[in-house]
Design a protein around this ligand. Structure first.
Ligand code: ADP
Length: 489
């Protein structure tokens, strides 16, 4: 019997992917639409029993997948990417339903998801080792790369497709088996991507998906499971810290992409209109719910007034609205708790001396979420309110004035985070010189950051451990083994 595809996405089932088959669980949980408050679907609610099943299936599948020649892994992953490409529009629609993201952004994210999966598929065929003949008298050596083992991948709701491609694509290319636990707000996009890989012929158990309404219980069991060798996580610094501690006793490999609180340094010779347009993009894309989003904007005094005036005007022109309507710039936030958290942060900032230059009102509230009118806080003078040391995970920017370049750099670096930063300067040389002084995993000079498969991405300090994407992103899922061979007598 063929069933109607869920929400029009081929292969999508509201079930767990366990040992190569779609299986129901004892319970389900509802996925809500932040733009309407309506229920989109009920999906399987995994518990501890399903963690054991998924990890056992992954552990059983691992040796076969690890031993599969890279070019054959390439073929399966490339077929998966091709199927996914055919489903981009349908999955993007589901992504907008469960995140509230404008549909054009969802389509863009799904295209990137395909592009990264394609890139990783090629990397699967390019994992050579080294041979050192005569490395010492009478001795040859091999340096070989081996998959690290079963990987637990825990992904967030803000980029529910792209994050799956970055983690699952890289780990599968490296020859690892993966158990994926997507965020409870956005299980459907992850299931749809897994369905494409499953439909492309990925062997049973190589990829399992556990959707759950109880991330703490399921996540803890997954991370501490003795057969899980590696944890890759993107999410909040608080949960990342917890997972690092849980993985510590068994010395597991842990990759963490955590909070950002990205600074922007706008120097006095920056091209004003470019800087304004790019900072608006870097702050308000995805309604500001991105770890690389520009949080704290530091502007040199010479252009501070003109920049602030144009920036506030540009933010006022942004259109919050229906994610499915063309021309909508911002959808709702993911959930009401996120709206409330931002409102509290804005209130604290104004209590601490910042001026709310525009926005901040709650719009279109429903049972799941609401829009937050895009906001700008302006800190007059050089003392920045203490609350600006926190990440604002939504459409709120702060603008603070500085005098000297040294002061701008010091303000940018006055954080325990270090994921992304931006510099705007009149010349690339000046921008580059300042970029070199900022402690951050990625820096955009005279532009917002773009995601390219070849470019490593990750954080310094409390923004994380390890790197995703690029060659570095594959290496994270590989062990290096050195074998020495002594010549006989
Ligand atoms: P955010 O604040 O962006 O929602 P979280 O860190 O809470 O970030 O969520 C990111 C991912 O971590 C999601 O998949 C979520 O389900 C998962 N998660 C949340 N709490 C825990 C936990 N205690 N243990 C393991 N995973 C968790």
């Amino acid at each position: 019997m063929t069933r109607e595809p869920l929400l029009g996405v081929p292969g999508l089932r509201p079930e767990l992917l366990l040992d190569g088959a779609w299986r129901a669980a004892a319970a389900t949980f509802a996925v809500g639409n932040p733009a309407t408050g309506e229920r989109i679907a009920d999906v399987a609610d995994a518990g501890l029993a399903e963690v054991d099943l998924a990890v056992a299936a992954a552990a059983a599948a691992l040796p076969g997948w690890a031993a599969t020649p890279g070019w054959q892994r390439y073929r399966v992953l490339a077929d998966g990417a091709r199927l996914l490409a055919e489903r981009v529009e349908a999955i993007a629609r589901v992504m907008s339903l469960e995140t509230g993201k404008p549909i054009a952004e969802s389509v863009g994210e799904m295209r990137n998801t395909v592009r990264f999966l394609e890139w990783y598929s090629h990397e699967a065929a390019r994992l050579p080792g080294e041979y050192w003949p005569g490395v010492a008298p009478g001795r040859d050596a091999y340096v070989v790369k081996e998959p690290v083992g079963v990987v637990a991948a825990i992904t967030p709701w803000n980029f529910p497709g792209f994050m799956v491609a970055c983690k699952v694509g890289a780990a599968l290319a490296a020859g690892c088996a993966v158990v994926l636990k997507p965020a409870e707000q956005t299980p459907l996009t992850a299931l749809a991507i897994a369905a494409a890989l499953h439909d492309a012929g990925l062997p049973a158990g190589v990829l399992g998906v556990l959707t759950t309404s109880d991330p703490a219980t399921v996540g803890t069991a997954l991370v501490t499971h003795p057969d899980v060798a590696c944890v890759t996580f993107t999410g909040s610094t608080a949960v990342g810290e917890r997972l690092l501690a849980l993985a510590a006793p068994a010395i597991k490999r842990v990759l963490l992409e955590l909070g950002g609180n990205a600074p922007v340094v706008v120097l006095d010779d920056a091209v004003l209109d470019d800087a304004v347009a790019q900072v608006v993009r870097a702050r308000y894309l995805n309604a500001g719910q991105a770890c690389v989003a520009a949080n704290r904007v530091y502007v040199q005094r010479g252009i501070a007034e003109a920049f602030t005036e144009r920036f506030v005007a540009a933010v006022r022109a942004l259109r919050p609205g229906d994610p499915f309507e063309a021309g909508t710039d911002l959808g709702p936030l993911i959930e009401l708790a996120a709206v409330e958290r931002l409102e509290r942060q804005v209130a604290t900032a104004t209590e601490q001396g910042a001026r709310l230059a525009t926005g901040g009102a709650r719009l279109g509230e429903n049972a799941v979420s609401a829009w937050l009118e895009p906001a700008v806080l302006v800190a007059e003078g050089r003392a920045q309110p203490a609350v600006l040391a926190e990440e604002f995970f939504g459409p709120v920017a702060s603008v603070v004035v500085f005098d000297t370049e040294d002061e701008g750099v010091a303000l940018a670096n006055d954080t325990r985070y270090g994921l992304a930063a931006y510099v705007f300067a009149g010349t690339a040389d000046r921008g580059l010189a300042v970029a070199r002084r900022i402690r951050s995993g990625s820096v955009g000079v005279n532009g917002a950051l773009v995601s390219e498969p070849a470019l490593p991405f990750g954080g310094m300090g409390e923004s994380g451990l390890g790197r995703e994407r690029g060659r570095a992103g594959i290496e994270e899922f590989l062990e290096t083994k050195t074998i020495q061979v002594a010549a006989r007598g």
